[in-house]
Design a protein around this ligand. Sequence first.
Ligand code: MN
Length: 240
Amino acid sequence: MSNDDGIFSPGLKSLAEVAAEFGEVRIVAPDVEQSAMGHAITIQKPLHIHATPIGDFEAYRVSGTPADCVALGIYHFGPVDLVVSGINIGYNLGNDIWHSGTVAAAKQASLLGIAAVAFSAHTEAHKDELAQLLSWVRRVLALLINDSAARLVNVNLPTYPKGLLWTRQSVRHYEGRIIPGEDPMGRKHYWFAARPGALPNEGTDRWAVQHELVSLTPLRLDLTDEALIEDAMRRMPVSV
Ligand code: MN
């Protein structure tokens, strides 16, 4: 198990409690929050790993990114049957998937040939809300855990789910706005605030959570644009 909110996130412990019903759990997670770090890996400095039990769970904190944590966890504790990431405090829908460290932890497992599931919930999902989501986490894990075809799945939990839905990633142009400001010393600074720019299409991840459905999006690592490659070969033939 890993996450991007850091090893002390309540979402991580909640997910560990459900995951433990299905198998032996080990946690390897960032020592500090690594949200929106995407699939970054650490290559300019060494990584350190320290035992940091979380309740009764064997857990380790790492001075690196979510992807670093998963690579280190698999190195130390492999073979691993399944990597579970989250529960992130905040959805990872649509374009969030590009920036998410929660999803990157699952992607890193997938790159290493291991099945993985990323879980995210609403930012308001604190202790009580998380507790009532756990029966839905249990349903999702029971569904995915024995299905070898479900290699990499991004799961988003609305606060009060009514059901489950297989979805597509909602890819729309977003409002990636730069908002200028000034610090107390009068120095200029900037915030990068990304928001969805349009209403989501039916059947997408963002549509599902708006309709109080748990969104299950199967992801793939191959980003090739299949339609464009055919078109490009035809219109702009190249040869070696
Ligand atoms: Mn996060």
